[in-house]
Design a protein around this ligand. Structure first.
Ligand SMILES: Cc1ncc(C[n+]2csc(CCOP(=O)(O)OP(=O)(O)O)c2C)c(N)n1
Length: 599
């Protein structure tokens, strides 16, 4: 008799061959054959039982973002499948390879509108590029194998719906995986041509105020970005996912642009006459489209070129290859007053950030937490940041350089941080994981604090409780409306955490930060999670997105958007000075001040 194996166990063996280590999900009648197979394969593939399928999909997405290897989540027919949707959208948006296994009633009951039977493919039609129903037990491992390859190829989500009874059935115990070692080699990247680089350098030469805007595509080539920046006198702005890829101490590194931004970056882009986007998505390009700069984009994906913005020059190339060639073929530019002015402007911004992080206050401010984290956290820490004000604070204050860290970048869902820190500690047990999140974000997935306890995941959760949806408050402040619907009922998060087996403290004064962090570090050293409920002042960080740059009679102007605080007290009537001072920015100066100095 040839050896046999259950169809789902054969499917799981395929996943193991691709390096899958965890499957995040929730049991149910329609996935019981998967549960049976997970039991059989438990020495090779770890089942992580979450308390909501959304958390399973978010954890799988974060898992794949952090490790680069496909990850798996699952949910039952109907409600379990529907609950996965939010996390799968995150994977789709951030190009994270994820396989979702979806339960289904047994095949004999299908198409009778049986209890919990759903036509599931339409639910995932806008999410998965590969979406199949398994039609025979024998083909189950084959379909899983195909789904994995397609998720890598499409850099996104594959969905496989499995009629539950198929999973138990015995099929020949063969090698169904087509994984071979050569598949693990990095893909061949497109290369810039000599003509591409010549065209680019000509445009740089003709420009007076070129600015680079780089994204995660420059990964591993941050040093080349800095070299080119110095050689051609081009300041560097980043989009969110490039944080940590460029040396933050480099004087020409202006930080993140757009809303969660630094002042010099938001002053540079609108005043530039040549914007050079390398390996980045630049999803906020529309906000700048009225500015008259020329636009060059370098990307290894042709479909990204000019996706968000009219294009003056598109270069289909790997970022590293382009940067090397541009460095080789260029001659050093003369010192540029524009570049020098931005360097000075940047120094001024850094002084401001240091000032507001260190000024003495009675009550606790979020930026003070970041100050202490920078000072005391283990350099190997993996960070996960939730959607909300912490995104702004992370881009401004958190010292990240060659760190592993993760956010829900383009989809930007709340609730991402808890599942992401789970994935971080499961894959990198020797690295502490710290998550920063708002009270709104935690309460969206709070049930899974108990999962941290159940699996002894050494995660530090720092909740910035402001009893408000702060990030949206910033938006409503500039909208033609009064504030409405933002206040959050207070939750004693440390108390809730303790009741779920996670130790925690509540703090509301800056002086309590070092002690709370010390407790947290000690707890994770012992392999236990810890929560700090930081009662912070409910305030908006300096909204640099309200700065408006322009030219009047050949002179640079810098004003406050007329929409700033419209419909609120004194709204729409702020001078730039009042605006900066409102945020303890007495030391801040407009960019034009530095430009005049360097002329
Ligand atoms: C699932 C989801 N719902 C709504 C939003 C819109 N949103 C973005 S940030 C935010 C407020 C976040 O509040 P909180 O977590 O308390 O953090 P804070 O900004 O107050 O620091 C909201 C509602 C979202 N991004 N994701």
């Amino acid at each position: 008799m040839p050896k046999t194996i259950s169809a789902y166990a054969a499917g799981l063996k395929v996943l193991e061959s691709y390096g899958v280590k965890q499957a995040y999900g929730y049991p149910a009648g329609s996935v019981n054959s998967l549960m049976h197979a997970l039991d059989q394969e438990k020495n090779h593939l770890k089942f992580i039982q979450v308390r909501h399928e959304q958390v399973a999909a978010l954890a799988a997405s974060a898992n794949a973002k952090l490790t680069g290897t496909i990850c798996v989540c699952f949910g039952s027919a109907g409600p379990g499948a529907a609950n996965l949707v939010n996390g799968l959208y995150d994977a789709k948006a951030d190009h994270s390879p994820v396989l979702a296994l979806i339960g289904q009633v047994g095949n004999a009951a299908m198409n009778y509108d049986c209890f919990q039977e759903f036509p599931e493919s339409p639910i995932f039609a806008n999410i998965a590029q590969y979406d199949r129903i398994v039609m025979t037990p024998q083909s189950l491992p084959h379909v899983i194998n195909e789904a994995v390859k397609q998720a890598y190829k499409n850099r996104g989500v594959s969905v496989v719906v499995v009629p539950n009874n198929f999973g138990y059935m015995q099929i020949p115990d063969l090698r169904y995986s087509t994984h071979s070692k050569s598949m693990d080699r990095p893909s061949v990247e497109p290369k810039a041509t000599t003509e591409d680089v010549k065209n680019f350098l000509k445009m740089v030469k003709e420009a007076k105020r070129p600015v680079m805007h780089v994204g995660r595509g420059i990964h591993g080539n941050g040093d080349l970005v800095v070299k080119l920046s110095k050689k051609l006198q081009i300041p560097v702005c980043i989009d969110g996912l490039a944080k940590g890829l460029v040396d933050p101490h480099y004087e020409g590194y202006l930080g993140c642009a757009n809303r969660a931004a630094s002042k010099p970056a938001d002053e540079a882009i609108p005043t530039s006459d040549l914007l050079i986007v390398i390996g980045g998505n630049f999803a906020f390009a529309n906000f700048y489209s009225s500015y008259p700069y020329k636009y060059v984009q370098v990307d290894n994906d042709k479909s990204e070129l000019g996706k968000h913005h009219r294009l003056d020059l598109g270069i289909w190339s790997d970022a590293g290859d382009f940067l090397k060639k541009a460095l080789k073929m260029s001659t050093p530019a003369k010192p540029s007053p524009y570049f020098q002015a931005l360097v000075k402007d940047n120094q001024n911004w850094h002084q401001y950030m240091h000032h507001i992080q260190t000024m003495s206050t009675k009550r606790l401010h979020t930026q003070q937490l970041y100050y202490w984290l920078n000072k005391t956290a283990d350099p190997k820490t993996i960070y996960a940041i939730d959607t909300g004000n912490n995104i702004i604070d992370t881009f401004r204050y958190l010292n990240l350089y060659h760190h592993k860290w993760t956010i829900s970048a383009l989809y930007a869902t709340m609730g991402y941080r808890l599942p992401a820190t789970m994935a971080a500690t499961l894959n990198y047990p020797k690295h502490p994981a710290i998550g920063l999140l708002g009270d709104g974000a935690l309460s969206m997935v709070i049930q899974d604090l108990v999962t941290l306890h159940k699996y002894h995941l050494p995660v530090i959760s720092i909740v910035t409780s402001n009893h408000d949806l702060g990030f949206i408050m910033g938006e409503q402040e500039d909208a033609p409306m009064k504030f409405f619907g933002l206040h959050l009922q207070d939750i004693n998060f440390a108390g809730v955490a303790k009741n779920m087996g996670v130790d925690g403290v509540t703090i509301d004064k800056p002086s309590q930060i070092p002690g709370a962090l010390k407790q947290a570090y000690a707890s994770v050293r012992h392999g236990q999670p810890f929560l700090i409920d930081a009662r912070v002042v409910d305030e908006r960080a300096l909204p640099v997105e309200d700065i408006r740059m322009g030219y009047k009679n050949g002179q640079l102007t810098e004003t406050v958007a007329p929409t700033y605080r419209q419909d609120k007290e004194n709204g729409g009537h702020y001078t730039l000075r009042q605006f900066f001072d409102e945020y303890d920015g007495q030391m801040l100066k407009p960019f034009a001040y530095f430009l005049k100095q360097t002329k």
